[in-house]
Design a protein around this ligand. Structure first.
Ligand SMILES: NC(=O)c1ccc[n+]([C@@H]2O[C@H](COP(=O)([O-])OP(=O)(O)OC[C@H]3O[C@@H](n4cnc5c(N)ncnc54)[C@H](O)[C@@H]3O)[C@@H](O)[C@H]2O)c1
Length: 361
C-alpha cells in the first residue's frame, strides 16, 4: 500500500481534529499542518510530530492529499491550487460561498483527476446511514438545526453554516430537483442572517421545511420525514432513528375510524401504537463520524472511487443554499415590495413584547 502524504490547511476548531485523525489513519502520513497563526500551526504540528507551515503554498510540492478546514471564504482560493496540481482534496462544508467558485473547483478536479470530497459529515452519521437503508420515500420533511452562538463561522450566515448540513441530506434523500424556494431570515449579531427558515418544493412533490439558528437557547439537530411507507424521526445528536409504520393488517385492509362504533374507537386509541402503527427506535453505532469521513477519503484516493459526498454534491448544495439566500433577501416583511425586505431590515417593533395587549391598550 502506497503511503498517502497528507496535510491539513487551517487547524482551528475543526482542522485540529482533521490533523489528529489523519495522523492515525494507517497508510497516511501527515506531512504538515498549515495555519497563518504560527503558534497554532506549531502547537498542532508538535502534537502530531509533523511540520508547521503558515502558508499553504509551502506544501504544494510535498503532498498527495489535503484536507482544507480554513474559513469558508478561503476554500476556493486554497483548493484550486491543490486540485490544479492533481492533489486530492477534502474541503470542509460549505464547499464555497458561491456557485461560480464551486463550479470552478469541480471542473479543476475533473480535469486533473483529483479525488474531490466535501465535508458534509452528517452523511456519515450512523442515524442517517440507518435511514438511508430504509425504503422510505419522503413526501414531507421537517428539519431543525439550532443552537447558541459559537463565535465561529462569522464569515458566512446560518444558511451556509448550519442549514447546509440539512440541504445536503435532503438532496441525497429526495433525489429530485428543487422546483421552488420560499424563505425568510433574521440578523441577530449583524453581518449575515443568524436565523433562517426555508420551504422547498421538489419536482417529485416532496415538500421540506427547514429551520436553522445560531441564536437559540436550546440545541436540536433533528429531522422528521413522512412518506407512504411511514414516519421517521432522526436525532443526529443522539444518533437515533425512530420509525413508525402501518401494521401488516392496516397495510392490507386499511383503517377507517369513521366506520367504527364508540367502543372500537376507544380501543383503537389504546392500541394505536401496538396493533395499528408499529414503532421501533434504532440506535446508531457509537462510531466517530469524522474518522469515518476521513478514512473514506483515504479509501477513495487508494481505489480511485468517487466519494460519498463529491465536489458536485457540494456544488449542488451551495446552489440551493444560494436560492434560499436570494429568497431571504427578497422577503417582504409587510408583504409589500416597497416595505422592509431581507434579513437585516425587520419592520420596527410596535411595542414591548413582555407586555400583554390588554396592558398596552
Ligand atoms: N463539518 C462540520 O460539521 C463543520 C463543523 C465546524 C466547522 N466546519 C467548517 O470548517 C471550516 C473551519 O471552521 P472552524 O470552526 O474550524 O473555524 P476556526 O476559526 O476555528 O478555524 C479556522 C482556522 O483556519 C485558519 N485560517 C484562517 N485563514 C487561513 C488561510 N488563509 N489558510 C489556512 N488557514 C487559515 C485560522 O487561523 C483558524 O485556525 C469552515 O469552513 C466551517 O464551515 C465544518
Amino acid at each position: 500500500m502506497q503511503t498517502i502524504r497528507a496535510a491539513v490547511v487551517g487547524v482551528g476548531h475543526l482542522g485540529k481534529e482533521h490533523a489528529r485523525i489523519l495522523a492515525g489513519i494507517p497508510g497516511v502520513q501527515l506531512v504538515g499542518v498549515v495555519d497563518p497563526n504560527p503558534d497554532q500551526a506549531k502547537a498542532i504540528a508538535d502534537k502530531h510530530a509533523t511540520q508547521p507551515f503558515t502558508d499553504f503554498r509551502q506544501l504544494l510540492d510535498k503532498v498527495d492529499a489535503v484536507s482544507i478546514a480554513a474559513p469558508t471564504i478561503h476554500h476556493a482560493r486554497i483548493a484550486k491550487e491543490f486540485l490544479a496540481r492533481g492533489i486530492h482534496a477534502l474541503v470542509e462544508k460549505p464547499l464555497t460561498p458561491t456557485v461560480a467558485e464551486a463550479d470552478m473547483l469541480v471542473d479543476l478536479a475533473a480535469k486533473h483527476r483529483s479525488v474531490f470530497q466535501v465535508g458534509h459529515i452528517e452523511r456519515f452519521n450512523p442515524a442517517f446511514e440507518e435511514l438511508e437503508r430504509r425504503p422510505l420515500q419522503p413526501k414531507l420533511i421537517r428539519a431543525q438545526r439550532i443552537g447558541p452562538f459559537t463565535g465561529r463561522s462569522t464569515d458566512i450566515g446560518v444558511v451556509l453554516d448550519l442549514m447546509i448540513h440539512d440541504l445536503d441530506l435532503l438532496l441525497a434523500l429526495v433525489k429530485s430537483p428543487v422546483a421552488s424556494v420560499e424563505a425568510l431570515g433574521m440578523t441577530v449579531f449583524g453581518g449575515h442572517e443568524d436565523i433562517a427558515n426555508a420551504r422547498l418544493r421538489f419536482e417529485n412533490g416532496c415538500v421540506a421545511d427547514l429551520t436553522a439558528s445560531r441564536a437559540s437557547p436550546t440545541i436540536a439537530r433533528t429531522m422528521q420525514l413522512w412518506g407512504p411507507e411511514g414516519f421517521a424521526d432522526v436525532d443526529f445528536a443522539k444518533r437515533t432513528v425512530t420509525l413508525v409504520q402501518p401494521s401488516e393488517s392496516v397495510r392490507s385492509n386499511g383503517l377507517d375510524p369513521t366506520k367504527l362504533d364508540k367502543e372500537s374507537r376507544t380501543k383503537l386509541r389504546d392500541e394505536l401504537f401496538t396493533k395499528h402503527l408499529e414503532m421501533t427506535t434504532v440506535d446508531g453505532q457509537a462510531k466517530d463520524q469524522l474518522t469515518a469521513e476521513l478514512s473514506h477519503f483515504a479509501d477513495c484516493i487508494r481505489d480511485g472511487s468517487t466519494p460519498r459526498v463529491s465536489g458536485a454534491d457540494g456544488r449542488d448544495t451551495v446552489a440551493v443554499a444560494q436560492r434560499i439566500l436570494h429568497a431571504i433577501r427578497d422577503h417582504a416583511w409587510n408583504g409589500l415590495g416597497a416595505g422592509p425586505q431581507g434579513a437585516h431590515n425587520l419592520p420596527l417593533p410596535r411595542g414591548p413584547l413582555f407586555q400583554s395587549r390588554a396592558e398596552a391598550a
